[in-house]
Design a protein around this ligand. Sequence first.
Ligand code: NZQ
Ligand code: ZN
Length: 393
Amino acid sequence: MFNFSYYTPTQVVFGRDAEGHTGALVKAQGCKKVLIHYGGGSVVRSGLLGRIKASLDKEGVTYIELGGVVPNPRLSLVYQGIELCKKEGVDFILAVGGGSVIDSSKAIAYGLAEDADVWELYDRARQAKACLPVGVVLTIAAAGSEMSDSSVITKDEGGIKRGYSSDLCRPRFAIMNPELTATLPPYQTASGCADIMMHTMERYFTPNGTMDLTDSLAEGLMRTVMDNAVILRDDPANYEARAEIMWAGSLSHNGLTGCGSDGGDWATHGLEHEMGGMFDVTHGAGLAAVWGSWARYVYRDCLDRFVKFAVNVMGVENTGAPEDVALKGIEAMEDFYRSIQMPTCFSELGIAPTQEQLSTMAHMFHIACGGKKGTAKVLQEADFLKIYEMANH
Ligand code: NZQ
Ligand code: ZN
């Protein structure tokens, strides 16, 4: 077990009608003016935005709005948001949406706190010293950004998708009403479940540092997500299942399932970020499409953990050679993805990269990660390319 620091400053307000507390929670922050930031219109159509504004009005909170965040949120809108907030004297960002809206909000908050180009953070040119406060009303269980220290932004020119992590951007509060996720298209619900699984798997598949309690929490979380993802496939309005998934989404990425480990592997996320940057795929679906290839490429180097995963998470019988048990676990995971209509290769994801594009993605990842990535197996550019090639069918 490694030493660790577990920091979760986010106040969670969870359950039916939770968004009714928005005005009071924002007011308690003592801010002067709020930016309500949202996406492509789902919160307008559902009536959520109107309810949020009514809640702010009731508490006498002044606000302005900026919508238009797209999945794989763009740097250009972040710059626009920073300029708007400077002009309007905004000192608190309220994200109403999913991971993309929250990440765009965090980027605007970083950009407002320091007089320097915010992309330098994502480009690894400097570290943030400050960030304006951010609050969240969550509408999709997926990225876990509502409690995480991360923000992932795509630079428009060249489709460069990069993450930046710092405790400074962890949201002050996260309002989570599972009912709000009932309007999601099934593909987004399933992609969210794939992403939630991955945030715990990234931390689980590492040979360095284990802690029984953390492993048990992680295994329970993964089983819960798989059980409830299948329930939602058949019964999208099921509140209890939506609630299980929503809370799992936050716990999967707030650090809890990594306590005592070395931080985790994270190669699959790095591989997906290049796919998202180049092909604008949905993040969770992209992860599902490449995970099996990554797992088959690395499992021998992290065999004990793959066997443990197969037995404790996927219910594989622990008989025969460990390699066989591990492989059965990988196959069972891919079967799960298929069962919720998630892809397990690039053609199922709907992309057909050329060999040159695969090489470009491998090289971009090489640059993004500084040469090597992964703890289950340490991977370099040639390995990234091989994994992309394995997934490219
Ligand atoms: O834009 P609108 O119209 O709201 O539509 C969104 C969007 O099209 C829609 N949606 C969201 N809530 C809805 C809804 N539609 C109907 N009803 C609702 N209640 O769903 C689509 C996807 O939304 P998005 O915010 O992109 O989803 P997600 O939460 O999966 O976020 C993905 C982004 O987060 C990043 C990903 O890379 C990707 O850019 N990540 C962020 C992380 C973090 N900050 O900690 C960690 C993750 O690993 C991930 O990388
Ligand atoms: Zn993710």
